[in-house]
Design a protein around this ligand. Structure first.
Ligand SMILES: [Zn+2]
Length: 235
């Protein structure tokens, strides 16, 4: 990419549910060749593969997969130590194979930030991290979430917009488009937005204290316009 700042090795995309984090991260990953770290997908896979009664033990405390699953289904965030542990593990693996990373969904609490940012600084360098904050009103977030679909095959997120309203099949692989049961119900979305405001947004101050570059992008535009603004902010 022309004018891309080559110091950038890890990009953290922050935004409310329905702000298009997933869509933008997938596009950026394709454009820049960065690894797309989709925290919710990695976590869900762990939970779905877990045996009944299974847990992970962190600092002497047990985190049961079934409990984490219930939190997630109700719109709440996973226990921070549970997420931080598998995210740290994956970051170390990616750094070993020298892969640059785009995070959509990590860190999601200040606790996770405290675990993840120092690790990224150590493995990728202090100047390598950029945070992109996709800004969007609560109304827009609720509207987009309740109209969001994902594809059956790869779970490509299809954000609601005038360009996608008539789509019946995934434009990338042709599989059926579905709604995410439970997670995108209006009541669950309200919980998710509250979690975002109260537990994720405080990360902005934490990032400032960590001297990270934070770029703000207006999320209430078409997918293409948001993408172009993000690319501009990376030059
Ligand atoms: Zn698809």
């Amino acid at each position: 990419m022309k004018n891309f700042n080559n110091k950038i090795k890890t990009i953290i995309i922050l935004g409310a549910p329905g702000s298009g984090k997933g869509t933008q991260s997938a596009l950026l990953s394709e454009k820049l060749g960065f690894y797309y770290f989709e925290t919710s997908k990695v976590g869900e896979e762990k939970i779905n593969r877990a045996k009944k009664g299974g847990y992970v033990s962190i600092d002497g405390k047990k985190y049961y997969f079934e409990e984490e699953k219930k939190l997630w289904q109700s719109g709440k965030l996973w226990s921070p130590p549970f997420v931080a542990a598998f995210v740290q593990e994956k970051i170390k693996e990616l750094a070993l194979s020298k892969q640059n990373i785009i995070f959509a969904g990590s860190p999601r609490t200040v606790y996770e930030g405290e675990k993840i940012i120092p690790l990224l600084k150590k493995l990728y360098g202090k100047e390598s991290i950029v945070v992109i904050l996709i800004e969007q009103s609560a109304e827009a977030s609720i509207f987009r979430n309740s109209n969001r679909r994902i594809c059956e095959l790869v779970r490509h997120p299809i954000l609601y917009s005038k360009e996608t309203i008539k789509l019946k099949k995934c434009p990338l692989d042709g599989s059926k488009l579905l709604r995410r049961k439970g997670l995108d119900d209006p009541e669950t979305i309200k919980v998710r937005l509250k979690e975002y405001r109260e537990r994720t947004l405080p990360l902005v101050d934490f990032f400032k204290k960590q001297n990270l570059k934070i770029k703000k992008v207006n999320g209430e535009q078409s997918v293409a316009d948001v993408f172009n603004d993000i690319l501009k902010s990376l030059t």
